[in-house]
Each structure stands twice: as structure tokens, then as C-alpha cells.
Design a protein around this ligand. Structure first.
Ligand SMILES: Cc1cc2nc3c(=O)[nH]c(=O)nc-3n(C[C@H](O)[C@H](O)[C@H](O)COP(=O)(O)OP(=O)(O)OC[C@H]3O[C@@H](n4cnc5c(N)ncnc54)[C@H](O)[C@@H]3O)c2cc1C
Length: 388
């Protein structure tokens, strides 16, 4: 089997890259190798689907802005025959609360976002409590509200890219890649679990939390670990119809769904590393509920309805994406290390990797996310010294 490009992993990053490649260059032969067409463990479908332009790095903000643009006519662009995906964007807004200790970081982000034309509001504590009484809580200095931030259905975006790319000629192969192959300083393809060699001068690693073991098969050392993250669904009597999502300085968050239901999560530095999808209700009762009730008393009464666990693909160097060709191995392209905020950037990442492979000018300058910084061990932090 021979192709121009093999993409390993067919969830949102792989499928978006495949779409942009084939859309921009119809003659290119692209195969996406995905071992699980149900995507049962893909972070994409286990994501919260939250999108925001509230980042501190200009590149992340610009990728988010392109994501918003891509969604405006996504259904029409990804339509296949009578079918069209419905990503159902909800712009309920994201409210990032800040205490005095983190106020400076929040102000830097706010200035940068506004400098790029984003309409982000600063709300002082009194204004927050007046507009959103359910978020009346523990002495915040204020918060930033991004009215265009919100939620998008990850499965719809994924299916849009998969079906559209397949309809324009991308091949999808249901198989597991066990190794990449190289000759000297050039990638030559991949080996499947049944021993088949799929030859190509370009391989894209879009294997999410599984990217590092695959890269290691060609002696490329990626600092990306699979970290367990659990999302809890809780039922409350809070009227959440007009509430934004709320993010606390500790990282604890609550995303309103419908009818008083919220998605709640809280990343911890000691969250287990590994390919483990187990779900712990105990952790919610012991850790998350006490903190939530203390920070926001409106959440003291709630019912834990359920939840799930997925994997963040954490870039332990700096918590940001690793994008582009590995400098020491021609033809190996990386779309890795998104560290829990990749879903919203898939549109920009897919376009960027496709443009890079095709040797065309890139729409966004994402060179600071290039893999050279991994080799040089020069982190590019979103916030000073903080991974996420
Ligand atoms: C709980 C949780 C909440 C999140 N919330 C958000 C959010 O609100 N907003 C946001 O922007 N991001 C969020 N994220 C992050 C986001 O989901 C990811 O950054 C993004 O989906 C990564 O997409 P991906 O295609 O790279 O990886 P994945 O979706 O994990 O896909 C990787 C694919 O590769 C396949 N694969 C792996 N190894 C092989 C192999 N050897 N052979 C063949 N196929 C292989 C897998 O089967 C899988 O389908 C969240 C993640 C989690 C876990």
C-alpha cells in the first residue's frame, strides 16, 4: 500500500487534517488509520466541548478565533448529500473568576485578547453577583467574561470532518499502527498490527494521548503523557438557562447544560497517568463537592447523576500544542500535546498541518508551537510556569 500521506489517528485532529489536505489538494492520496471507528476512548468525544478565546498566548487566541469562524458555516461546508453535521454552538459565555493572586495574569490575558479585537468583559465582584447570583461566592477580585465562548458538540464536529473528508476521497483504514518506519533521517510509513507496511513519505501523528509510544518507535521522544480526567454531571435546582460557564482560580469548573444540569471537573496535579478510564464517584464526594460548595454555596445541594473519564494528552514541557515537522526526521508531522484544550483548535490545527505538508504559506504563524522547542527544552507557557 502506498500513499502520499498516512495520518495515524482518525479523531478530530486526524480527520480535520485529512479534510484540509484533500480540500486544498484534490490529487493527494491520503489514508487515515484509526483502530477504533466507534471512537470510544478518543479524547475528542470524551471532551467537555468547551470553546473559548480567553487564552494568554496570541497563537492560542488566533486558533480559537479561526475555530469560531470555521463553525459559522460548518454544517453547510461539511454536508454530504442530504446529511449535515449539527455542532450546535451555544454561546453561553465563559466566566473566569480571579482572586487577587491571579489578577495580574487575568489582566495580561484581557489586554492581549482585546488587542486582537476580542470583546472580553471585565466584571468586578459586585457586578458578577448582580448578574449571576448563583455564582455569588468566596470573595473574588472579579472575572473576565467571554460572551462568544461556549459549548460545541464534539461528536458532530468529528463526524463532519470524517464524513466530508471520506466523501472527497480520503481513505479510512480500520487498523492499529504498531510502529512508524524510517530510513536514515526520513520517515517511510507505518507498520500495522497484522504486519502490513503502509508506505508514505509523510506520516502525521494524530494519536492523541497515545502519541508518545508511537513516536518512540522512530526514536522521537515526545514529552506527552496520558493523564486521567473525570467529568461529573450534576443536577441542581439552579436556574442555569442564562448562566455562563464558570472557572475558578483553582481550576474547578462548572459548565451549564439544560434544566439545572452542569458538567463539573477539577484537574489535580496528582491525577493518575496511564491508559485508565475508570470512574470514581468517591473522588467527587471527597474532593470536588466540598470545594464547589465552599466556593459557590448555590452548589451545596446537588445530585451526582453520572460522568465519565477521558485522557488529557499533557505536554509536560509547557502544556501547549506541538505542531509541525519533527526537525530531525523528514516527513514526520506532529499534531500532539494539546493538554486538554485541543478540541476547539482542531480546525486551525488541521488547516495548519495540511498547509505545512503541502508546502504552502500557513494562514497562521504557529512557528512558536513548532517541535524545535521540545528539542531545545524551551517551554512556551500560557501562564508563567503553569502547565494548564
Ligand atoms: C475530559 C476531557 C475534557 C476535555 N475538554 C475539552 C474542552 O472543553 N475543550 C477543548 O478544546 N478540549 C477539551 N479536551 C481536549 C480535547 O478533547 C483533545 O485535545 C482533542 O480531542 C485531541 O484530539 P485528537 O484527535 O488529537 O485525539 P483523540 O481524540 O484522543 O484521538 C486519537 C485517536 O487516535 C487513535 N489511535 C491512537 N493510537 C492509535 C494507533 N496506534 N493506531 C490507530 N489509531 C490510533 C485513537 O483510537 C483515537 O481515535 C478535553 C479532553 C478530555 C479528556
Amino acid at each position: 500500500m502506498g500513499y502520499d500521506v498516512v495520518i495515524v489517528g482518525g479523531a478530530v485532529m486526524g480527520a480535520a487534517t485529512a479534510y484540509y489536505l484533500k480540500d486544498r489538494e484534490p490529487s493527494i492520496r491520503v489514508v487515515v488509520v484509526e483502530r477504533d471507528p466507534t471512537y470510544s476512548q478518543a479524547s475528542t468525544v470524551l471532551s467537555d466541548g468547551n470553546v473559548r478565546i480567553q487564552f494568554n498566548l496570541e497563537e492560542n487566541i488566533r486558533m480559537s478565533l479561526y475555530g469560531l469562524e470555521a463553525l459559522t458555516d460548518f454544517g453547510e461546508r461539511m454536508a454530504v448529500g442530504d446529511w449535515k453535521p449539527e455542532p450546535a454552538p451555544r454561546h453561553q459565555g465563559n466566566l473566569f473568576l480571579t482572586d487577587e493572586a491571579h489578577r495580574h495574569e487575568a489582566e495580561i490575558g484581557l489586554q492581549r485578547q482585546r488587542g486582537l479585537g476580542c470583546k472580553i468583559e471585565w466584571l468586578d465582584a459586585a457586578e458578577i453577583y448582580r448578574r449571576f447570583p448563583a455564582y455569588d461566592g468566596a470573595g473574588y477580585a472579579g472575572g473576565t467574561l467571554g460572551p462568544l465562548d461556549g459549548s460545541v458538540d464534539p461528536s458532530a464536529v468529528l463526524q463532519g470532518y470524517v464524513r466530508k473528508s471520506a466523501s472527497i476521497g480520503v481513505e479510512y483504514l480500520n487498523a492499529e499502527v504498531v510502529a512508524f518506519t524510517r530510513t536514515g533521517s526520513a520517515i517511510t510509513g507505518v507498520t500495522l498490527a497484522d504486519g502490513t507496511l503502509v508506505a508514505a513519505p509523510v506520516v502525521v501523528n494524530a494519536a492523541g494521548a497515545w502519541c508518545a509510544p508511537l513516536a518512540a518507535t522512530v526514536q522521537v521522544d515526545l514529552p506527552v503523557l496520558p493523564v486521567m480526567r473525570t467529568v461529573y454531571t450534576v443536577e441542581t435546582s439552579i436556574d442555569n438557562a442564562a448562566l455562563p460557564s464558570v472557572f475558578m482560580p483553582s481550576g474547578l469548573y462548572a459548565i451549564p447544560e439544560t434544566g439545572g444540569r452542569f458538567l463539573v471537573g477539577w484537574s489535580q496535579p496528582d491525577d493518575p497517568v496511564g491508559f485508565d478510564f475508570s470512574f470514581s464517584r468517591g473522588r467527587f464526594y471527597e474532593l470536588i463537592w466540598p470545594e464547589l460548595g465552599t466556593q459557590l454555596p448555590a452548589f451545596e445541594a446537588l445530585n451526582l447523576a453520572g460522568g465519565w473519564t477521558g485522557l488529557y494528552e499533557v505536554n509536560t514541557l509547557d502544556g501547549n500544542a506541538i505542531l509541525g515537522e519533527w526537525p530531525e526526521l523528514d516527513g514526520l508531522y506532529l499534531a500532539n500535546g494539546f493538554s486538554g484544550h485541543g478540541f476547539q483548535h482542531a480546525h486551525a490545527v488541521g488547516r495548519h498541518i495540511a498547509e505545512s505538508i503541502l508546502g504552502r504559506p500557513t494562514s497562521l504563524n504557529l512557528s512558536r508551537f513548532g517541535p524545535q522547542r521540545i528539542i531545545d527544552q524551551e517551554p512556551l507557557f500560557e501562564y508563567a510556569g503553569r502547565i494548564i
